[in-house]
Design a protein around this ligand. Structure first.
Ligand SMILES: [Zn+2]
Length: 83
């Protein structure tokens, strides 16, 4: 991925990062879902994370093992890097 991240994608990725910190509201999950229906890039990211952490698919955020959380956050940080 060499293209700069689109602002709306950065917002979605930031929301996922918040989710990992247990700070994401259900309404924001809906926004992520809606965005992923129109954005293949974010859909791919979310799909990968869903398989790993069950993003937005459980009402209760399970306590994530630290290595899983760190890995997911690192990949999001990488995606958010532009240039
Ligand atoms: Zn996107």
């Amino acid at each position: 991925m060499t293209d700069a991240v689109k602002p709306e994608c950065a917002a979605v990725l930031g929301g996922i990062s918040a989710y990992l910190d247990g700070e994401l509201e259900a309404t924001e999950c809906d926004a992520i879902d809606a965005h992923c229906r129109t954005c293949a890039d974010c859909a791919a990211v979310v799909q990968g994370l869903r398989a790993t952490i069950g993003l937005c698919r459980g009402a209760v955020v399970a306590e994530l093992p630290e290595p899983v959380k760190a890995k997911a956050q690192a990949s999001i940080a990488r995606l958010l890097q532009t240039g």
